[in-house]
Ligand binder design. Structure first.
Ligand SMILES: O=C(CO)[C@H](O)[C@H](O)COP(=O)(O)O
Ligand SMILES: [Co+2]
Length: 218
């Protein structure tokens, strides 16, 4: 497995009536992680799901769960998502007034620690914490819903994260989430992303597994 072109399909777009089937499809695909989107109706204007669905995903998955917390005050729930099976936990920069502490709490659980930045948040806000992180997630839509249109300014932001990472954190995972499909995946990898999340592009495809391969080799 190469480490520079990972795909993290989002189960937000899966068929929840057939979640086990969809996760088994992901297990057999070229996907690397399984992205789990947690929305609380406060940080974002939508509610997705919580611990029971995460536990079901963990029960059936043979791949690491990449948990994306779009919730206010995430410190309250980090340990519970770790116990539910997360391999990595990403919090939103905008939801964390004491971000170093939050990152420390994630690391104490043994999970990979990630921070996501919304489309309006400058990459420069991460300068004083990037050395502590395992992953930076550049949101390429405003979080809260699947199936949104990719924001083109993301390419510039990914290149900025890559430049920072080259200076102080060369093994950083640089992930992009929102509106990722076969029209932008290749360019995202070329500007420095090494993990792409895809929900709609995968699960709306006639052959989701083949779409994962298309994105991985874009
Ligand atoms: O975090 C998210 C939304 O806030 C999702 O991970 C993202 O939207 C994936 O869905 P799609 O590929 O359909 O845009
Ligand atoms: Co997400």
């Amino acid at each position: 497995m190469t480490n520079d072109r990972l795909i993290s399909p989002s189960i937000l777009a899966a068929d929840f009536g057939n979640l086990q089937r969809d996760i088994e499809m992901l297990n057999k695909s070229e996907g690397d992680w399984i992205h789990v989107d947690i929305m609380d109706g406060l940080f974002v204007p939508n509610i997705s799901f919580g611990f029971p669905v995460t536990e079901v995903a963990y029960k059936h998955a043979t791949k690491p769960l990449d948990v994306h917390l779009m919730i206010v005050d995430p410190d309250r729930y980090i340990k519970r998502f770790a116990a539910a099976g997360a391999a990595g936990i990403t919090v939103q920069f905008e939801a964390c007034p004491n971000l170093h502490r939050t990152v420390q709490v994630i690391k104490e659980t043994g999970c990979r620690a990630g921070v996501a930045i919304n489309p309006h948040t400058p990459v420069a806000m991460l300068v004083d914490i990037i050395g502590e992180l395992d992953l930076v997630l550049v949101m390429s839509v405003n979080p809260g819903f699947g199936g949104q249109h990719f924001i083109d300014n993301t390419y510039k932001k990914v290149a900025e994260v890559k430049k920072l990472a080259d200076e102080c954190k060369p093994d950083l995972f640089i992930e992009v989430d929102g509106g990722v499909d076969q029209t932008n995946a290749g360019k995202l990898f070329s500007v420095g992303a090494n993990v792409l999340v895809a929900g709609s592009a995968v699960f709306a495809a006639a052959n989701p597994s083949a779409m994962i391969s298309t994105l991985k080799h874009a």
